[in-house]
Ligand binder design. Structure first.
Ligand code: HPA
Length: 268
């Protein structure tokens, strides 16, 4: 399956060999539009899952940005859409086979840490997988990674340093924190958010963690960046709405894009 997908993509791109993969979360799609050199709708790629969420496009975009060959996922599929864990992380395995060494995962998330604010960017230092499943369940392909992969440093410390330095140069404050993955699609209850905070979480979202697990398993370096789009449930009295998430993500995107560009430039 993987072989067919990769062959299809390589034929399409005439063997453009990306070194960096980026999963673009809400609001970041513009980066792909701006630099696109070649794009393929997910629906045309054999075995690729396609997202049906508002604000997510659904295409694989290839570009050279800051001198780096990049493949971008403009839109991702989510567990809550009904896809299996293995299906939503299939694109990460495809990236590995295309030659990607470093993966940049981005998302929108709710602020669980009470000192964080909507509009903040947060570098993910670690995560808590509370999705009730694991993308590596099932037969293991030893060619991709080990049966029992270590997860003690999923988010690469060197990449975090590079991002922090980029943030300083750009004058963008970057938070650091633990991302808590829940399945959604319902937002959390205030009691659940209190539990997450007690367990050590700083932000909550419905994506990224399955992808980070698979990327780490495959031996790729990972950095995760969350755009905190709202206070998590109960932190403020406001009700949560997807529109608010999209709006804040749009307000932050200029800084977020700048950060990613400088990150791309400085990644070794
Ligand atoms: N909870 C879960 N996922 C999210 C949130 C949230 O508050 N905001 C953006 N994605």
């Amino acid at each position: 399956m993987l072989k067919d997908t990769v062959e299809f993509i390589n034929n399409f791109t005439k063997n453009f060999k990306p070194e960096i993969g980026i999963v673009l979360g809400s609001g970041l799609g513009e980066l792909a539009d701006k630099y696109c050199r070649c794009k393929i709708p997910y629906s045309r790629i054999p075995d690729f899952p396609s997202s049906r969420i508002k604000g997510h496009k659904g295409q694989l975009v290839f570009a050279t940005i800051e001198g780096r060959r990049v493949v971008m996922m403009q839109g991702r599929s989510h567990f809550y859409e009904g896809y299996s864990m293995s299906k939503i992380t299939y694109p990460i395995k495809v990236m590995k086979e295309l030659g990607v060494k470093t993966v940049i995962l981005t998302n929108a998330a709710g602020a669980v840490n009470k000192s964080f604010r909507p509009g903040d960017l947060m570098i993910i230092t670690d995560h808590i997988n509370f999705m009730g499943s694991n993308p590596l369940i099932g037969p293991n392909d030893e060619k991709l990674g080990p049966r029992f992969p270590d997860m003690s440093e999923i988010y690469d410390k060197k990449l975090i340093k590079i991002a922090d330095a980029a943030g300083r140069i750009l004058g963008i404050t970057l938070r650091h924190g633990v991302y808590f993955a829940s399945t959604g699609p319902s937002y959390e209850t205030p009691a659940e958010i209190n539990m997450m905070r007690t367990l050590g979480a700083d932000a909550v979202g419905m994506s990224t963690v399955p992808e980070a697990i698979v990327a780490n398993y495959c031996g790729m370096k990972v950095i995760g960046i969350s755009c905190l789009t709202n206070y998590a449930a109960g932190v403020s009295t406001k009700k949560l709405e997807h529109e608010e998430v999209i709006e804040t993500a749009n307000n932050v995107k200029e800084n977020f894009v700048k950060l990613i560009l400088l990150l791309l430039k400085n990644v070794k």
